[in-house]
Design a protein around this ligand. Sequence first.
Ligand code: SAM
Length: 212
Amino acid sequence: MKYIIEHMEQGFSEWVTLEYAQIIRDLGASNLILSSLPSETEESDIPQKLRELGLQWTTKPLTQIREEFPELPELEKQRVCLLDPRAKGDLETADSSKFDYFVFGGILGDHPPRDRTRELMTAYPDLLIGKRLGDKQMTTDTAIRTTQLIIEGQIPFEKIKFIDYPEFRFSKNEATEMPFRYVLDAQGRPILPEGMLDLIKKDSEQSLDDIL
Ligand SMILES: C[S@@+](CC[C@H](N)C(=O)[O-])C[C@H]1O[C@@H](n2cnc3c(N)ncnc32)[C@H](O)[C@@H]1O
């Protein structure tokens, strides 16, 4: 199964880099393509961490990724699924035989969500079929993790254990609530990309400094 992230942010923030790094670890580098990077992008613009993990990237849009990666299966109409928080139907285990590709917006979570994923449906209207992963906004790595559990793990959405809007407490006075849904691990803790907790802590200290 192939996963595509249509990159829709400016450059690579630390947050995006940590998310993409975790997605490569979860899927294996050969199963992920990062598409639609700005046309002037060079290998040196890709964060070192992602290069070391073997990120496959292209400036080509979704519809032309095979020009860069000819070994990939054809992108057939109706066999490419866009994970879209505004889609009508939820992704199901039976969808594993209906799609060859799963596409995600490389968009940072925002609160309230701005529905930028819809731009992808507008950009590729004939190609994509939209499916939802429940009614809460997930981070891109969580959306991919959930898709992998449903499609490759054959675990129905209702059986996956999630936590909504977890609070991460760093000290008595310092806590940050994240406005997203996360998958829980076997110990009942939200699964975050490696290094993300430190980044959340750093960001919360920074915003505290800005206030004081
Ligand atoms: C952080 S979300 C971005 C949501 C965003 N606020 C927007 O403007 O659409 C990044 C990507 O994860 C996927 N995603 C997140 N939550 C989802 C959900 N509940 N259902 C389907 N896809 C979801 C979508 O592909 C989305 O583009």
